[in-house]
Design a binder for this molecule. Structure first.
Ligand SMILES: *Cc1c(COP(=O)(O)O)cnc(C)c1O
Length: 394
């Protein structure tokens, strides 16, 4: 970007609405969807040059698609990344990043509280290909350092964590990674660039499940890997070869989602903060986990590295599974679904759903007790969300 570019030095809302857009000869105002698998050439010589890469231009939508490119450029601008590579889902973003930068014999250190499917990918799928993973408690920097091996190539962290809102110090992890000659990848799904900028804190790579807050309205799946041009070149090569590319329609939905990202995230944070404080006052509630509460162990780090505390919280009711299920089954407004990051509030019982695959001992260690409930706080009126929960808490 040069100084003549109207987006040079622009703020986050301007970038979210304007960055990356290109217009066709039709001069459409909004971003166009290009549902095409391939592109035509004017001459055989041009086709040869495009295939050889000596001339730029679209060849095939597994390689490039104009709508997907607009989304990549917009999210890259928001994260302050040189490049973004869009993928078909959050999981294919993680897979593409690993396939691009790790090989058999390499070692990963990963925070224990990451998304359940990420745990499965690392401990089951990658293990079959000779990549070993050590899981560590996310906030324990000494544990991260102790887990390092000479072949450690990647540190992977998701912060704040799901569902207990634990917070990892990204800058500290970046320096641990640097000292080990490893890359630090941050899954920034819960905060989005509206609340947290991992690259500015020293991370090498950012992962997104665009399925969550980037869309924000629960419509489709997608993912993104972001980082330097050098690191993204390998990711792009893997994606073009293996093929988990983002569809142009989904890219367009995410482009529209990004336009309201900062507004939505601020509103999610405000609702979640109010709900967390209200839950603390309910006699039937034993404990609330939200980094926006001053007594949460991650509060100070979150204040330092995040612009807001996010939209996901969890709480323990007095009692066990029966009492937790009663609260969940008494709701009529909240959606009982495992998805999160939606304008619609969602409620789930982690021990028997999202974390059901863990053994009882693993759940115990991770703090996923039978009386724990997770809420992804949406944008409905806070009074209505409270009324919906009050029924089961009384
Ligand atoms: C949902 C999620 C993923 C996986 O994304 P998909 O789009 O479902 O493949 C990865 N990380 C986090 C933190 C998530 O919440």
């Amino acid at each position: 970007m040069n100084h003549d570019d109207p987006l040079f030095g622009a703020g986050i809302d301007t970038l979210a609405i304007r960055a990356g857009q290109t217009r066709s000869a039709e001069r459409e105002h909004t971003e166009a969807i290009y549902p095409t698998s391939s592109y035509v050439f004017a001459t055989a010589a041009e086709a040869a040059a495009c295939f050889a890469g000596t001339q730029g231009g679209n060849v095939y939508s597994r390689y490039t698609n104009p709508t997907v490119r607009m989304f990549e450029e917009r999210i890259a601008a928001l994260e302050g990344a040189e490049q973004a590579v869009a993928t078909a889902s959050g999981m294919s973003a993680i897979l593409s990043m690993v396939m691009a930068h790790l090989k058999s014999g390499d070692h990963i250190v990963c925070s224990r509280d990451v998304f359940g499917t990420t745990v499965n990918m690392f401990s089951k799928v990658l293990a079959r290909f000779g990549i070993e993973t050590t899981f560590v408690p996310l906030a324990d920097l000494a544990a991260w350092s102790a887990a390092l091996r000479p072949n450690t190539r990647l540190l992977f962290v998701e912060t704040p964590s799901n569902p207990l809102s634990s917070v990892a110090d990204i800058a500290a992890l970046a320096s641990i990674a640097r000292s080990a000659g490893a890359l630090l990848a941050v899954d920034n799904c819960f905060c989005t660039p509206a609340l947290q900028k991992p690259l500015e804190l020293g991370a090498d790579i950012i992962i997104h499940s665009a399925t969550k807050y980037l869309d924000g309205q629960g419509r489709c799946l997608g993912g993104v890997v972001l980082g330097s041009a050098e690191l993204m070149a390998e990711v792009r090569t893997f994606l073009r070869t293996a093929g988990p590319t983002l569809s142009p329609f989904n890219a367009w939905v995410f482009l529209k989602g990004l336009e309201t990202l900062r507004l939505r995230m601020d509103a999610h944070c405000a609702n979640a903060q109010q709900l967390a404080e209200w839950l603390c006052e309910q006699p039937a509630v034993e404990k609330v986990f939200y980094a926006g509460l001053p007594d949460h162990p991650g509060h100070d780090i979150a204040r330092r590295q995040q612009r807001g505390f996010g939209g996901v919280l969890s709480f323990r009711v007095r009692g066990g599974r029966e009492e937790a299920w009663r609260v969940i089954d008494s709701t009529r407004l909240l959606s009982l679904t495992a998805n999160l990051g939606d304008v619609k509030s969602t409620i789930v019982h982690p021990a028997t759903t999202t974390h059901g695959r863990l053994s009882e001992a693993e759940r115990e260690e991770a703090g996923i007790t039978e009386n724990l409930i997770r809420i992804s706080v949406g944008l409905e009126d806070i009074a209505d969300i409270q009324a919906d929960l009050r029924r089961g808490l009384e």
